[in-house]
Design a protein around this ligand. Structure first.
Ligand code: SF4
Length: 281
């Protein structure tokens, strides 16, 4: 099996210290999953603890204003995630947690991966979970080690079948997925570091010769980006609520490539995302 040796390696080398691995409650796990979507593990640890110290359950978060949640989120980027969490908190407080994948995917901002992660990692479905949640790293490992190619050339069902077939009998989906996350973090990155990888002995891609993943199309820097402009406008609006467009524009005028057209576009997109009030339109 392509995962022979994975369970022993995980026991010795896994990142067991990550705080969200020490709980099976859905709210803290959801907060970690949402934060980790676009932010690195090292930056998330402290922010996750701070967020949960303030809002330890969905009811507490639902009782806060959106501005408070957005302020707490500052520095993590992609603030749509914070709004989605706040909306989810309100839904859970009113209706409770959905019990299956389809129900979880009906929550704001929750896709297939996050729904499966909640089922695999928490009391919502941990005991019966059969399918490892496949994020970009898990998909990359299964594509390379089990199938022998890069992830962008594989069909999702082939990757899922490889993941199902590869789960060692002594590991639950929860530990199996964590182990694959750790292989992804330590070894099987876009450019793989195969020395010491626990899957190296049977890795199909290694046998065939590895062509590292191509950089994602459209991957660009932050400085001068539309994302930087949106972040600066939102930060200014949260610092002093009630400001008009002209005042907000003053705050971001010094950023690179901030034309009036780009500023208008950024404000419009923040209103469309529900992060600025409609009166700013
Ligand atoms: S041996 Fe190399 S390519 Fe194969 S799973 Fe490990 S790191 Fe990835």
């Amino acid at each position: 099996m392509w995962t022979d040796g994975l369970a022993d390696w995980y026991e010795r080398n896994g990142r067991h210290h990550l705080p969200w691995r020490r709980t099976t409650e859905p709210w803290p796990v959801l907060v970690s999953e949402v934060m980790l979507q676009q932010t690195s593990v090292t930056r998330v640890v402290r922010r996750w603890e701070d967020f949960l110290a303030r809002w330890p359950d969905p009811a507490a978060c639902a009782g806060a204003s959106l501005d408070e949640v957005l302020r707490q989120w500052q520095g993590l980027g992609y603030p749509r995630r914070a709004r989605a969490l706040w909306l989810i908190a309100a839904r859970i407080t009113a209706q409770g947690w959905p019990a299956d994948e389809a129900g979880l995917m009906s929550l704001p901002g929750v896709g297939r991966y996050t729904a499966r992660a909640l089922l695999a990692f928490t009391d919502l479905g941990m005991a019966n979970a059969t399918q490892a949640p496949a994020d970009v790293n898990v998909t990359r490992i299964a594509a390379r080690a089990a199938i022998g190619g890069e992830p962008d050339r594989q069909r999702r069902r082939d990757v899922e079948a490889a993941l199902s077939a590869g789960r060692p009998s002594r590991m639950r989906v929860r530990e199996y997925t964590y182990a694959l996350f750790d292989v992804g973090a330590l070894h099987c990155r876009a450019t793989p570091h195969c020395d010491g990888c626990p899957l190296a002995h049977s890795c199909a891609a290694r046998r065939h010769g590895i062509a590292p993943e191509r950089p994602r199309a459209g991957a660009t820097g932050y400085r001068g980006s539309f994302r930087q402009l949106r972040g600066a406008i939102l930060a200014a609006a949260l610092k002093q609520p009630g400001q008009g467009r002209a005042a907000l524009r003053m705050h971001v005028a010094g950023l690179p490539a901030t034309t009036l057209g780009r500023f208008d576009e950024a404000v419009t997109s923040l209103v469309a995302d529900g992060l600025l009030p409609p009166t700013m339109r």
